[in-house]
Design a binder for this molecule. Structure first.
Ligand code: SME
Length: 156
């Protein structure tokens, strides 16, 4: 795999469509989870310029910060707390158009205005982590992001 990403100039959907096969290629020959999560976070940041993109991994009763790109973030989140903890508890993707309107949202940065969290699921449905992406604008994420980020997470 070449180290440079080829990023489409087209729509968000086109960007995802060209990025996904490159990510699959990037992680295909590497079995170290942290290395792969680090590259996925970097590829998403480089392609979309998200404010914050990264992973939290389930460790016991908490999510613990894992590879990410962006400003420093809170390191531990309990099940059911914040958007990440809720996505873990419900084992479902949460799209939050306005973080201030989400009860219990954890503000790692006051600049984050909207957010999407996608659970990482084992076969059988158990959550082993989450992908969290933050945007500096309201309504930063929609069904297109949910669809492609879920597809991406299913490869991990
Ligand atoms: N806002 C998240 C916390 C993680 S940061 O956004 C990186 C939440 O409410 O769970």
């Amino acid at each position: 795999m070449a180290e440079d990403l080829c990023i489409s100039n087209g729509s968000k959907e086109e960007k995802y469509r060209t990025l996904l096969p490159q990510i699959k290629c990037l992680i295909a020959d590497e079995n170290d989870l942290i290395a792969n999560l680090a590259n996925v976070a970097a590829a998403l940041k480089e392609t979309f310029g998200f404010f914050w993109v990264g992973f939290y991994l389930v460790k016991g009763e908490e999510l613990v910060l894992a590879p990410f790109q962006g400003p420093v973030a809170c390191t531990r989140i309990k099940k059911g707390r914040g958007v990440c903890g809720k996505a873990w508890e419900r084992a479902e993707t949460l799209v939050v158009p306005d973080v201030d309107a989400f009860p219990g949202h954890i503000a790692c940065s006051s600049l984050s205005r909207s957010e999407i969290v996608v659970p990482l699921l084992r076969t059988g449905g158990e959550v082993w982590g989450v992908l969290d992406v933050d945007c500096e604008s309201l309504n930063g994420f929609d069904d297109v992001d949910a669809y492609f980020l879920r597809e991406l997470c299913s490869c991990l």
